[in-house]
Design a protein around this ligand. Structure first.
Ligand SMILES: [Zn+2]
Length: 368
């Protein structure tokens, strides 16, 4: 009997001791793990996201060795390209007027981007840092302003014009190496009416829904192409609220407009009016806004990135070729993806032109 009691006591003590040791190990181990990262995100969070969103592309956890082998630099600059009219083939040989890109040149732009290792994302994906592209590729954003017919035209037989931007983007996506992704900033009430939602009144809703269904972003360019510098705060709020509401109604579902393209790049004195506000009970919020010029955009992970002033390159003449060549000559300035959107990978030393890594990225950072 006595031995039995001693045995029970020892067993009890062993179980309690083991339990305490396990709990202590978890707490201490967890803290040690978290403090090894410079970001404030819990270390486990990034791994959990990796396993759900990027499991197919990056089954192994990202390491400094892999990031180095890829040459990842997610503090590098991103090309955000700005297009207006895409013109018909018969205009091909004429000199390109301002705000125009011929269908032929647009096709060549995409071929150039494909061959130089670029991969399309939307403005929202850039601004949120949700850049899910293959390892070694560079993101590029194609933006279209003013919803003119050459951007999205349906022919009489119901097919999409192969010489409009959407037709060209669809053809480019056929080989499976280039998803059909772009961001369209539409107008809702302007003269000429050709610029109202791509100019075919009966097809407006169908076009808006298709764009979102295909993976494109539709954002606001205000209702009437409003010049914020020549408008009262009341009118600015009205157009920001109603354009967002109208686009969301047309697209339907739970679609939410995220980005505003500022007409003429004419920012109001107080940018906070763009961020959020209300007009007659309709509230709005924009989390990203586009400039009309400025060159390559900073990385969303850089201290220099301002989501309300995203820089763009207007694609005219040889502007795209020059931008691509410039990043080729200065590869340390170019954003190169590590292939894992849940982790930010950067070289230990980067050009000061890129700014510094921002705080609170919400993702683990790997430096090499
Ligand atoms: Zn415009």
């Amino acid at each position: 009997m006595r031995y039995d009691k001693v045995f029970r006591f020892l067993l009890f003590a062993f179980i309690i001791g083991s339990a305490l040791g396990l709990v202590g190990g978890l707490v201490l181990g967890g803290e040690r793990h978290a403090s090894a990262h410079s970001t404030k995100a819990p270390a486990g969070k990034g791994k959990a996201t990796t396993s759900t969103t990027a499991a197919d592309k990056a089954p192994e956890p990202m390491t400094a060795e892999r990031a180095r082998a890829i040459g990842a630099n997610e503090l590098g600059m991103v090309l955000v390209l700005e297009y207006h009219k895409i013109t018909k083939p018969e205009d091909q040989n004429a000199p390109e007027p301002d705000y125009c890109r011929s269908a032929l040149h647009f096709k060549q732009d995409i071929e150039l981007l494909k061959s130089e290792g670029y991969y399309p994302i939307t403005v929202k994906e850039l601004a949120t840092g949700n850049i899910a592209i293959p390892a070694g590729k560079s993101p590029v954003v194609l933006t279209f302003d003013d919803s003119s017919p050459g951007q999205y035209r349906v022919l009489e037989d119901g097919s999409i014009d192969p010489e409009c931007a959407v037709g060209i983007l669809q053809a480019a996506a056929k080989d499976g190496t280039w998803p059909m992704k772009a961001s369209f900033f539409v107008l809702l009430d302007v003269t000429p009416p050709d610029n109202i939602l791509f100019g075919q009144p009966d097809l407006q809703q169908e076009k808006m829904r298709n764009l979102v269904k295909w993976g494109c972003e539709v954002g606001s360019h205000t209702y009437t192409h409003l010049n914020f510098q020549k408008s009262t705060s009341d009118v600015i709020r009205k157009e920001l609220a109603l354009s967002k509401q109208k686009i969301e109604q047309l697209v339907g579902g739970d679609y939410q407009v995220y980005t505003l393209c500022v007409p003429y790049g004419a920012y109001p004195e107080d940018v906070s009016i763009l961020r959020s506000g209300e007009h007659e009970g309709v509230s709005y919020a924009y989390k990203a806004a586009l400039e009309v010029a400025g060159g390559p955009s900073y990385s969303p992970f850089s201290t220099k990135f301002d989501p309300m002033r995203i820089l763009r390159i207007e694609v005219q003449h040889d502007a795209l070729k020059r931008a691509v060549d410039n990043l080729k000559k200065n590869p340390d300035l170019r954003y190169i993806s590590d292939g894992d959107p849940a982790v930010v990978s950067v070289p230990a030393s980067t050009s000061e032109k890129l700014g510094n890594l921002a705080d609170k990225l919400g993702r683990p950072v790997i430096t090499y």
